[in-house]
Design a protein around this ligand. Structure first.
Ligand code: ADQ
Length: 755
């Protein structure tokens, strides 16, 4: 439905409601006025005609009393009148007096009404009397001569008169409000249209330089940036349209002909594990980095340098520690580097995961810094940098350095290959400069990263934090407009490149239909066909908010007993970094929490939380995504979070709801998800209920928008944008030669325009 029409309908509905309430209020008020009016009239008659009435009453002149009563009843609203004696006998009445009314009836009713004795002279009493011909208002005024009661005067008012008046007023009110409603709607729509047109005209004038209204600056800057970026992408690779493996490959070939791409990452994309029966199994690690970067190398080919961590890794490599991968579709080399247990402890578990990981995530884990770990980290970075240089065929390779495990490697590689294009991507958040300042070797880390041509982060906030850290702790020139740090005449760009997934995703195209996935997952979990299912998929890491997620499930079942026995939450939790004490504590805490919640709400054959503490291969993970009613990503802090994007990719049926932590980078890109604060368990549990009760239409609308976004902003675009930025840097460097700092700075103005 058109937005204006929807707005008009809503406005009209609101005004109709208002009219209804208004009419009721007006009716009540007019009825009150009429009642007061009748009481006043009765009093006037009693006082105005009182002495004449009493004189005829006491002289027992029935005929003239009747005459006087008839005169009184000549008023168009007074229907009839009567005089009743003190013993409730009829003294006189007008011929119009209703046959169903008698003095006795009226007297009884007066007595029944508290405080209205016949003797209470001059005080009118009244009530609505239902008669076969319609309701009337019967009023009675006690009359007395001196102290002597003579009875009471009865006046009967015709209520149909009041009803007629009320109907007229109601009609007038409804008509008035109706005209007002239509006028208000039309005025609002016309005003909105005019102001929108005015806004557009003014914006157009601003873009054409005819207006100086500063309010438009941010919008115009964003639009120009976007247009620049798209134009730059077009100009750089001569292509438009969606980013695909082919387009990425062509971009690479065009800008870096004959050069090999070397990826440096701690985690390898394929792990060879020896099974108990002696056979070797190839595993896909649970790692967001691998999920994103592997399709890029498949598209570009080249070498992936990584730590060989599988129990059968050594058995399958050649004499240069190489193996062709992916198995069955070999398109690039995996070069394995071996680490001793001490090296792994100091570099990986120690400095990287007990130091840098908690330093960069706001998740209340205290970072641990040991100088021996730092020494190992330096040595291991140098070893991997050597391996990268060995794998590079020329002196200007394209090296993609991944993550916080290799903060020093860019500088080490640069020392040996000054002409290399080094793109370093930091997959986790970068803390603010104050927090970063607690890191004992902060200058070394910054120097190491600035060996890169480009340092990439998921968000602009992390870029800003990084540049602030450089500003605070290093001697370097910072060009904030260009977001570049210039050291020793060489610039390093700092850019936001939000990471994404391959599109279409290989695990979705090969997955069974959604209904089949749901059936098989429900059977595996022992769920009834009408059960409801939520899913969580994570490495067992304290930054992912797994405990908070389970507490939200508990709160939901506490508050909504109807879901007990019907709703289950399945958590796929891959054990991770289990050597580290904090991870062991988490493992224990998650297990205990699961047991407690299951004991509280569980019953024979029903577990509210199903904890599957194991690594699962991608086909299984995607089957679970496709089976669930919702997926909850509750990270306490996360660079991006690819589980959120995988869930959206998995739902080609455009059903299912994503609940996403506001502290994950992905929340900026997927606003159609239900964004929650995972620390607020009440809010998260309410979002779960909202997800379970969301209409199919609403789910479809949200999924559709998110899927369209992911199709456009896929991982090929992520890599392509970095390569194109790197190509621009290299082209300028070639043109300008090795110029000194100042000349580079001058030249950098148009060159480092945000792209
Ligand atoms: P990670 O912290 O590893 O990544 P994330 O981006 O969520 O986190 O990716 C996790 C990956 O592991 C997903 O591909 C998921 O399918 C897989 N996975 C999770 N649990 C699994 C299980 N039980 N079994 C098998 N596979 C499982 C880091 C940063 C993120 C950033 C990525 C990419 O911490 O913020 O999004 O790098 O840059």
């Amino acid at each position: 439905m058109n937005r204006t029409l929807r707005f008009l309908l809503a406005l009209l509905a609101g005004l109709a409601g208002l009219t209804f309430v208004g009419a009721a209020v007006v009716q009540k008020t007019t009825r009150q006025w009429f009642d007061e009016d009748i009481a006043l009239r009765v009093r006037l008659v009693a006082t105005g005609a009182g002495s004449a009435l009493l004189q005829r009453w006491t002289s027992q002149d029935r005929v003239s009393l009747e005459q006087l009563l008839s005169d009184i009843a000549r008023d168009e609203r007074i229907m009839a009148a009567a005089a009743c004696g003190p013993d409730a006998t009829l003294v006189a009445q007008t011929p119009t007096f209703p046959a169903d009314l008698t003095c006795l009836h009226i007297s009884e009713r007066m007595r029944a009404a508290a405080g209205h004795e016949v003797k209470a002279v001059g005080t009118p009493w009244g009530m609505v009397w239902e008669l076969p011909g319609g309701d009337v208002q019967v009023s009675a005024v006690p009359m007395a001569r001196g102290d002597q009661s003579v009875g009471f005067l009865v006046l009967v008012h015709d209520l149909s008169f009041i009803e007629r008046r009320e109907a007229k007023t109601r009609k007038f009110v409804i008509l008035g409000f109706g005209i007002l409603a239509v006028a208000a709607s039309l005025i609002t729509v016309v005003a909105a249209r005019l102001s929108r047109r005015g806004f557009r005209t003014e914006l157009r004038r601003f873009i054409l330089g005819k207006s100086k209204d500063k309010e438009f600056l941010p919008i115009v800057r964003d639009v120009r940036e976007l247009v620049d970026r798209i134009a730059a992408e077009r100009e750089m690779d001569g292509q438009g349209g969606a980013w695909s493996p082919q387009r990425l490959k062509q971009t690479l070939v065009r800008h870096f002909p004959g050069e090999k791409v070397v990826v440096l990452a701690n985690r390898e994309p394929y792990i060879h594990q020896r099974q108990p029966d002696g056979t070797i199994k190839v595993m896909h690690p649970a790692s967001g980095l691998v999920t994103a970067v592997e399709p890029v190398l498949r598209a570009c080919s080249g070498v992936w340098v990584a730590h060989g961590s599988g129990s059968a890794d050594r058995d399958v490599v050649d004499q240069n520690d190489h193996i062709r991968v992916p198995p069955g579709e070999e398109s690039y080399d995996l070069r394995r580097v071996w680490l001793t247990p001490d090296e792994e402890r100091g570099y990986y578990y120690g400095l990287a995961n007990e130091g840098l990981w908690p330093l960069c995530h706001l998740a209340h884990a205290r970072p641990i810094f040991r100088s021996e770990d730092w020494a190992t980290y330096q040595a291991v970075n140098r070893r991997f940098a050597d391996a990268v240089c060995k794998e590079s065929s020329g002196d200007d390779p394209v090296v993609l350095v991944q993550d916080y495990h290799f903060a020093l490697a860019p500088r080490f590689i640069r020392e040996r290959l000054p002409r290399a294009v080094i793109i370093t991507f930091w997959h986790i958040p970068w803390p603010n400069s104050e927090r970063f300042g607690i890191f004992p070797w902060r200058a070394e880390i910054l120097e190491g990263l600035l060996g890169s041509s480009i340092v990439g982060f998921h968000t602009q906030l992390h870029c800003n934090n990084f540049v602030d850290s450089v500003d605070r702790y290093l001697e370097a020139r910072i060009d904030r407009e260009a977001m570049a740090v210039i050291q020793r005449g060489r610039p390093a760009l700092v850019r936001a490149y939000p990471i994404s997934l391959e599109w279409p995703c290989q695990w979705v195209t090969s997955a069974p239909p959604v209904a089949e996935c749901r059936k098989s997952v429900f059977a595996e979990l022992g769920l009834k066909p009408d059960a409801l299912l939520g899913v969580g998929v994570d490495r067992l890491d304290y930054t992912k908010g797994i405990e908070e997620r389970m507490m939200a499930v508990e709160r939901m079942l506490d508050r909504h007993p109807a879901y007990r026995g019907r709703f289950s939450f399945v958590q796929l939790a891959a054990p991770s970094r289990s050597v580290i004490e904090r991870y062991q504590q988490l493992d224990e805490a998650v297990e205990k929490l699961t047991a407690r919640i299951n004991a509280k709400f569980g019953s024979e054959g029903y577990r509210p939380i199903i904890l599957l503490r194991a690594h699962h291969e991608p086909p299984t993970v995607f089957r679970y995504y496709r089976a669930a009613d919702f997926c909850y990503v509750s990270s306490l802090h996360d660079g991006m979070n690819l589980v959120a994007k995988e869930f959206v990719a998995a739902r080609d049926d455009e059903a299912g709801v994503l609940l996403l932590s506001q502290f994950a980078g992905a929340a900026r890109e997927l606003p159609e998800s239900l964004i929650v604060n995972p620390y607020n368990v009440d809010e998260a549990s309410a979002a779960m209920v909202r997800a379970l009760t969301m209409s199919a239409e609403d789910q479809c609308g949200r999924m559709h928008a998110m899927r369209a976004f992911l199709a456009e902003f896929n991982v090929y675009r992520w890599a392509g944008r970095m390569l194109m930025d790197a190509a621009r840097i290299r082209r300028r460097a070639t043109v300008l030669g090795h110029l000194d700092d100042d000349i580079m700075r001058l030249a950098s103005v148009p060159r480092f325009r945000p792209s």
